[in-house]
Structure formats: structure tokens, C-alpha cells
Design a protein around this ligand. Structure first.
Ligand code: NIG
Ligand code: FE
Length: 408
């Protein structure tokens, strides 16, 4: 087993306390911040690349045990913060085309819903994505993954949902599968979001049958997704439709997640908790009743404040959720309609300013809680002995500089 070490990190954040507290009621002490820290990790060789494997030891550089005296070391010269790699647990990063024209229309007063009713919105991206070849989609996705990783993201969730027909949904999921081979240094979690909107060419009932009887069984059989998501909202899927899809997904041994209470309150967050979904995402209009159901549950509240910002919508009640004991994650929701932003640090800036989240809450939201939203918390989200050595070396000496500078 070949070992490596990083030494003299200006600040090493292990997040050990965050995982012990399951990402709830997080304070600065839970970060386990160590000034002048060091990390020892094992390596593995994948496709000819030597990659970090498992965390072996963390502590102060001055206390590095003698048995590690001879291993290769990289000196961070007190200039870099060393943290658990970021997890972007909600993205739609496989799509073609863009919606710059709709952004301009929204800035001129049109609403997201008005644009969608005229055949724009998600359906505009569906048309472009259906036309694109798998190779073209892959090339676009590769550039986006590289950009996001440049900010310290090591684990990505990616949804389908811009196909809305069997062939294109499978094409998108195949692109996500190819990303896994293309980037062995990162982790990808893929989500089937066939229930993102209704396709124009078939009736609502026919498409529901297509998802339940055709798409989901095939996605599960071919192991093309880890998870199934539904956009439950006014003008999109109803609670009953969402329940039917997610129950079918569970029966096929897929995990579930949900776009919940984004454009209107539908009490969908409570349904996510009831169904044992990994996450309920957005929550801009979550009711106090749903907060009471969601907060103590194992369903992560995934907040996407870049979307509220970009839609000029009210922000999610982050403080209420945190104080009620919810495990709160933050993600980009990168997509061409409601958040054309790949920068997780920019999302952290918005969370600090508009969600009132502290440094400790933000760190935990983009590491441990993001990993939990993907069901990966036993391996990822903190730098503890035996867990994956999934770390990020920031180009700053303290973690908060990553979001104090914005849009870097
Ligand atoms: O997360 N809410 C549904 N889906 C996306 C928007 C997709 C789009 O407009 O293309 C979201 O906000
Ligand atoms: Fe989304």
C-alpha cells in the first residue's frame, strides 16, 4: 500500500464532528479545524492514474507519527486550506443549448411559468437535447465537470430530465455513465428525472404509463441510475403522480429524491420524509407543517439558493430548518433555466448573505450533508480514518475565503 501525505495546510478541516452529529445543529467546534494540519492517505491505481484512496491519519503537522517519516509529502506552505472535497448534490448538467433569450424575457417582466406555458422553459432545452448527439452532450458535460471540479467539487449528482422520451433519457444517462469512466478521480451519482415535465407529443396519462411501465424498469434493469427524482409542483407533477413514481422506483430498488415546494407549496417535502427519500430539494415555499415532518427525518433538506436568486423568488427558510434540527445541504442546481451557475462557492456566498448560514453550517452543507443526500455519508463528506481520501486543496488559507470572494 503506497502512502502519501499533505503537510503544513494552513487549516485542515476534517469535519469529524459534523458526521458525528449527522449534519445537525452544527457549530464551529464540529469542523475539527486544525491549524498547520497534515493528512496521510493511501493511494490506488485506476486506469493508470495514481489516485487518493483512504484517509490513514489526520492531525497537526508537528505531530506526524514517525512511521510516516519516509513517505512522499507535498508541502502546502501554510497557504492552502485542506478540506473534505465538495459535493454538488443537485445538478442538471447534461443538456444542450441555452436559454439566454428567456433570461432576458424574465428580466423584462415575464415569469418562469408564463415562458413555460408558451412552450419555452424545460421544453426548449428538451428540443435542443433531443437533437444533440451523445458525443456532443458528452463534450458539453466534460467541460462543465472540469469547471465545477476547479472549485473543489469531487462528488457530483447529475439528473436526466431533458429528454422526456425513452431514447433521449437513456442517452443522457449513458453520458453520465461515460463521465464515471472518463473521470475516475471523481464520484458521480446519477438520477433518473423522466418526471421533469410532460412531453408535448403524448397525453399526461400516456407519459405516466411510459415512466411507470417502460422507462423505470429499463433504467433499473440496466443500472443506469442510482436514484429517481420527480418535479412535484404547480403545473408539473401532482403529489399523487409523484407518489406513484417514487413508490415504483423504490420497488425497483432505486433510491428516491424530490424537487419539492419550489414554485408553490404542495406539501411535497412532507411526502419526501414519509417515503424515506434521500432528499427534498428547493423548499422555497415549504410550510411549517412540512418543516416539522422533514427536520427530524433522515431526508436531507437540499437548499439551492442560486435558483431563488436567479428567479428573484423568496429564499428557503434555512434558519427555521436548521433550528428545527434538519440536516441541510447546499447545491448549485446548475441548469439552463433557473440557475446557470456551476460555481458552488458562489452558492455559498448567497447562502451566507441571504440564508444567514454560518461558516460551519456552510461547510457541513457542501460536504457531509451533500454526501448524505446521495446516501454516501459513510464514505464521503469528512476526512476521517477509513473514509475516502476525497479532499480539496483550496487556493486560500482559510475555508471562508472560498465564498468571501464571490464569482471567482
Ligand atoms: O431545479 N425545478 C425543476 N427543474 C429545474 C429547472 C429546470 C429548467 O428550467 O430547465 C430546477 O429549478
Ligand atoms: Fe433542479
Amino acid at each position: 500500500m503506497k502512502l502519501r501525505a499533505l503537510i503544513h495546510a494552513s487549516e485542515l478541516i476534517t469535519g469529524a464532528g459534523v458526521s458525528q452529529k449527522d449534519g445537525r445543529h452544527i457549530t464551529e467546534e464540529d469542523l475539527g479545524a486544525i491549524p498547520d494540519g497534515a493528512l496521510v492517505y493511501s493511494t490506488k491505481v485506476v486506469q493508470g492514474k495514481t489516485l487518493p484512496h483512504k484517509v490513514i491519519w489526520t492531525g497537526k503537522t508537528s505531530e506526524l507519527p514517525r512511521r510516516f517519516a519516509k513517505i512522499p509529502k507535498k508541502n502546502l506552505r501554510m497557504k492552502h486550506s485542506l478540506i473534505p472535497g465538495f459535493v454538488d448534490c443537485h445538478t442538471h448538467l447534461v443538456f444542450a443549448g441555452n436559454r439566454a433569450d428567456e433570461f432576458a424575457a424574465r428580466c423584462g417582466g415575464a415569469t418562469y411559468q408564463q415562458i413555460a406555458e408558451k412552450g419555452g422553459g424545460i421544453l426548449k432545452t428538451v428540443r435542443a437535447t433531443r437533437e444533440a448527439t451523445e458525443k456532443q452532450l458528452e463534450a458539453l458535460a466534460v467541460e462543465r465537470v472540469k469547471k465545477s471540479a476547479s472549485y473543489g467539487v469531487r462528488t457530483f449528482e447529475i439528473k436526466s430530465g431533458y429528454g422526456l422520451d425513452f431514447e433521449t433519457e437513456l442517452k443522457i444517462l449513458s453520458v453520465i455513465k461515460r463521465l464515471k469512466t472518463r473521470f475516475p478521480e471523481y464520484t458521480f451519482s446519477s438520477t433518473f428525472l423522466g418526471a421533469h415535465a410532460f412531453p408535448p407529443e403524448q397525453s399526461r396519462e400516456a407519459y405516466m404509463r411510459e415512466i411507470l411501465e417502460h422507462m423505470l424498469p429499463e433504467v433499473a434493469r440496466k443500472k443506469l441510475a442510482d436514484c429517481c427524482d420527480v418535479f412535484i409542483d404547480a403545473g408539473y407533477y401532482t403529489l399523487a403522480e409523484g407518489r406513484a413514481i417514487l413508490q415504483k422506483a423504490r420497488a425497483l430498488r432505486l433510491q428516491t429524491r424530490m424537487h419539492a415546494d419550489e414554485l408553490a407549496n404542495t406539501e411535497s417535502a412532507a411526502l419526501a420524509a414519509e417515503l424515506g427519500s434521500l432528499s427534498a430539494d428547493h423548499l422555497l415555499r415549504i410550510s411549517d407543517r412540512s418543516i416539522t415532518k422533514l427536520a427530524p427525518s433522515n431526508t436531507v433538506a437540499v437548499l439551492l439558493p442560486g435558483t431563488a436568486f436567479y428567479l428573484k423568488a423568496p429564499h428557503a427558510p434555512a434558519r427555521k430548518l436548521i433550528e428545527a434540527g434538519a440536516c441541510v445541504a447546499l447545491a448549485t442546481d446548475f441548469n439552463p433555466g433557473t440557475c446557470m451557475c456551476l460555481s458552488l462557492p458562489t452558492i455559498m456566498t448567497i447562502a451566507a448573505l441571504y440564508l444567514g448560514m454560518s461558516r460551519a453550517e456552510i461547510l457541513s452543507a457542501v460536504t457531509y450533508s451533500g454526501a448524505k443526500a446521495l446516501g454516501l455519508q459513510s464514505r464521503k463528506g469528512s476526512l476521517e480514518k477509513g473514509k475516502d481520501a476525497d479532499f480539496a486543496v483550496l487556493p486560500f488559507s482559510s475555508f471562508e475565503e472560498a465564498y468571501y470572494r464571490f464569482a471567482w
